[in-house]
Ligand binder design. Structure first.
Ligand code: SAM
Length: 283
């Protein structure tokens, strides 16, 4: 596998997925009872974006000036600022494990799965740095393994409350789309009331739509689609847009998303071809 998320950290897709991830965690925390945060493709947890990186410049770099007003975007930027200050790293871009961990309460816990040994080691270092700067950190297990397979071991959680986040590299685009559909189906079969969120790239319309329809047929729970694109959805740019399919979305999130998503898109690109949508694919 060649994929290294370092080359893309902080890009517009990271911004989209991480604002949404924090909103999902916040929705789960409206109840006191703890939950499991399970991440199947964790990455290295922390990225240095000090060297000029076009991906980050077109993502998090665009939110520096006058950021959008939506509470969910403000919460994401506040957490980013807090982590940079706590870890004393001005150019840190926190990955999803670090953002999630910094949001979890003592009664919540995290399981983070990553396949590549170098990324697992870096993730452990990032989490140790965080724990040192911010003890006590919530209970966390890091596992080296295949996230798709390990999902079966961790679901359902004894808490009976959980958020599973699936964020593969899509190096083998078709294979990852199929594996994600199967992982969602298996996860929901084991834990029908759990929230599951899967990220997907928008590269060409036919693939995206065919996959969404396959998920609608295979999954029998409410499904929310959140998409943000900066380039024509069907163009030959490598990554035109970022999508999240959310199974069992917490109730008020769609309405909030329909407010924050257009704000996020406008901040990331004013190009006429850019756009966003948030809708229920299945109720
Ligand atoms: C897009 S990155 C994850 C980024 C991270 N979720 C974030 O938002 O900060 C995808 C990661 O999945 C890892 N990976 C690839 N195949 C995997 C598998 N089958 N199981 C677990 N991890 C895998 C890659 O090594 C890479 O670190």
């Amino acid at each position: 596998m060649k994929y290294r998320h370092s080359f893309h950290a902080g890009n517009f897709a990271d911004v989209h997925k991480h604002v949404t991830l924090l909103a999902l965690i916040s929705a789960l925390q409206r109840k006191d009872k703890g939950f499991l945060y399970l991440e199947t493709h964790a990455g290295r947890g922390a990225y240095d974006i000090s060297t000029p990186n076009a991906d980050a410049a077109g993502g998090i770099g665009r939110l520096g000036g006058a950021p959008p007003a939506a509470a969910e975007i403000a919460a994401y930027l506040a957490l980013l600022g807090r982590l940079r200050a706590q870890l004393k790293q001005r150019h840190l871009y926190p990955g999803s494990p670090l953002l999630a961990l910094a949001s979890l309460r003592p009664q919540d816990r995290a399981v983070l799965v990553e396949l590549q040994g170098s990324e697992v080691n870096a993730l452990k270092h990032a989490l140790a740095d965080y724990a040192q700067a911010h003890a006590p950190a919530p209970a966390t297990q890091v596992e080296r393994g295949d996230g798709y397979a390990r999902l079966r071991a961790w679901l359902p959680p004894p808490e009976r409350r959980g958020l599973t986040f699936i964020d593969p590299p899509y190096e083998q685009t078709g294979e990852d789309f199929t594996a994600v559909t199967q992982a969602l189906a298996e996860g929901l079969r084991r834990f029908p009331t759990g929230i599951m969120a899967a990220w997907y790239p928008i590269k060409d319309e036919r693939t995206t739509n065919a996959w969404l329809q396959a998920c609608r047929r295979a999954l029998t729970v409410p499904l929310l689609v959140s998409e943000l694109w900066l380039f024509p959805r069907d163009s030959r740019v490598a990554l035109n847009g970022s999508g999240l399919l959310i199974a069992n979305p917490p109730h008020p999130i769609l309405g909030h998303m329909q407010l924050w998503l257009p704000q996020l898109q406008a901040a990331l690109s004013g190009a006429p071809a850019a756009g966003s949508r948030a809708l229920m694919l299945a109720d």
